[in-house]
Design a protein around this ligand. Structure first.
Ligand code: NDP
Length: 246
């Protein structure tokens, strides 16, 4: 479709997994897209190639989302390359899964730095470049509101924290008609959580639809929220999990 024609988007962590699928889908729907990535230049190049193959402008900026200065530089650079930012997708994130008896303060700190502070610093950096009517979409997790398996306390805490940011931002930015929502995936087949990994043997039987989701399915929801069709949705936490958290 062309429903995002002329829109300018940034997707953090867009080189692989869910972020790459989102970047491709936004471009397929008409948006120009800047992705950020941590270190995988080859994967970043592949996403950019897919964006340009869709006939849109695509760029990759290497930036550690856990570093607020690097994050600001990346968002400023995206705005300069595209001529503004209409759509922000905060996707970069990771998890350290250990039971609390084996936990360390550093485990929490590292996840907070990317999954929460990266989202916060990115939004602050994006806002001066965003016109009224923009979109901010955070990729959270069902772990933000459920604990269906052991060992996910700190990861879940980071994904609950972004709910708080998103609700508050939805309030603050309503006057500018900037809509802020959280997409909360259940198990999705990516390098972080592959269907051929040990984790999937535990998780797959817990999913009513009987399978992992795909990154493309998460991208479809994200692209909808980015579009004009989602004009009355803000401050929402939307699960996409095959019934995992029922
Ligand atoms: P992947 O590990 O497959 O991909 C991670 C992406 O983020 C890569 O593009 C990577 O870049 C980038 N990235 C990693 N660290 C940083 C960093 N410090 N700064 C900038 N970019 C970084 O992850 P997924 O696609 O599975 O996950 C994406 C999001 O979805 C995360 O927020 C995750 O918590 C969430 N999620 C995932 C679920 C799943 O089952 N897969 C379920 C629920 C939520 P590079 O290629 O350079 O390493």
């Amino acid at each position: 479709s062309n429903r995002l024609e002329g829109k300018k988007a940034i997707v953090t962590g867009g080189s692989r997994g869910i972020g790459a699928a989102i970047a491709r889908r936004l471009a397929a729907d008409g948006a120009d897209v800047v992705i950020t990535f941590a270190g995988n230049q080859d994967a970043a190049n592949q996403t950019v190639a897919a964006i340009t193959a869709a006939g849109r402008k695509g760029y990759a900026v290497q930036a550690d989302g856990a570093d607020p200065e690097a994050q600001k530089a990346a968002f400023d650079s995206a705005a300069e390359k595209l001529g503004g930012i209409d759509i922000v997708v905060h996707n970069a994130g990771f998890g350290i899964f250990v039971p609390v008896e084996q936990d360390t303060p550093d485990n929490l700190r590292r996840q907070l730095a990317l999954n929460v502070e990266g989202v916060h610093s990115g939004t602050i950096a994006a806002l001066p470049h965003m016109p009224d009517g923009g979109r901010i979409i955070v990729i959270g997790s069902v772990n933000g509101h459920t604990a269906p398996f052991p060992g996910a306390s700190t990861y879940g805490a980071t994904k609950a924290a972004v709910q708080g940011l998103a609700r508050g931002w939805a309030q603050d930015l309503a006057k500018r008609n900037i809509l802020v929502n959280v997409v909360q995936p259940g198990p999705i087949d990516t390098d972080l959580n592959p269907t051929d990994g040990d984790f999937s043997k535990i998780l797959t039987p817990m999913i009513p639809l009987g399978r992992y989701g795909t990154a493309d399915e998460v991208a479809a929801l994200t692209a909808f929220l980015a579009s004009d069709e989602a004009s009355f949705i803000t401050g929402a936490m939307i699960d996409i999990d095959g019934g995992f958290s029922i």
